[in-house]
Design a protein around this ligand. Structure first.
Ligand code: FES
Ligand code: FES
Length: 221
């Protein structure tokens, strides 16, 4: 991640409109000015089908609205309606942690969370972390310690790590491993994660870099 990445991710977040100005029918593409008009369109053209709903979120600190079908997951809403593709879709069944976001202060799996359940809640995604310079030490530590290979799982690991540091700014190595226990990395980067988090915790606590071995810290998770 280069020095321009926080600015780029801030732009992505700002690109999400604060309020809906059109209501598009996902079945036929017709557009309407209000949700009520869209609902009437459903009654006339798609009888028996549940009309999309508007969900309001506090997304990465910004108030946002999204129009979704009621059965959509939070991961799907983020990727396909809000243009935030950092929350990854891998197993789609709550087994891998790649879709981890922070919802109301707790790490949750966005692939098993309905977007409609998140009405009015605070949602933090990897874009919010990448745009926030306070979390740059964590992102940098992941890069410095090569705690990623293909990188597909990395946003989920980072969100789990952020949730840990939010509630425990000085975790032990064991606590780091426990916090990431629900995240799977097919590339096998496990030994590096605790090292990166411990280094970030020290730097963010103003205590300077911790002494760590060149191989990234030893034992497997
Ligand atoms: S994609 Fe959500 S847990 Fe795997
Ligand atoms: S870095 Fe490739 S899946 Fe984890």
């Amino acid at each position: 991640m280069d020095n321009h990445e926080p600015a780029r991710t801030s732009e992505m977040i700002r690109a999400v409109p604060a309020a809906l100005d059109e209501y598009r029918c996902p079945l036929c593409g017709a557009c309407f000015a209000t949700r009520a008009e869209l609902a009437r369109h459903y009654e006339g053209e798609h009888p028996g089908v549940v009309a999309p709903v508007v969900v309001a979120l506090m997304l990465n600190g910004e108030s946002r609205q999204v129009l979704i079908e009621p059965h959509w997951t939070l991961q799907r809403a983020l990727q396909f309606r809000l243009g935030l593709s950092g929350t990854k879709h891998m197993c789609d069944r709550g087994a891998c942690g790649s879709c981890t976001v922070i919802l109301g202060g707790r790490p949750v799996l966005a692939c098993t969370t309905l977007a409609i359940e998140c009405e009015g809640m605070e949602v933090q995604t990897i874009e919010g972390v990448a745009a926030d310079l306070r979390w740059k030490p964590l992102v940098d530590a992941y890069c410095r310690w090569d705690a990623m290979q293909c990188g597909y799982c990395t946003p989920g690991f980072l969100m789990a790590a952020k949730a840990l540091l939010d509630r425990n700014p000085h975790p032990t190595e064991e606590e780091c491993r426990a916090a990431l226990a629900g995240n799977i990395c097919i590339c096998g980067t496990y030994p590096r994660h605790a090292t990166a988090i411990l280094e970030a915790a020290m730097l963010m606590g103003g205590e300077g870099a911790i002494p760590v071995s060149e191989d990234g810290g030893g034992a497997d998770a």
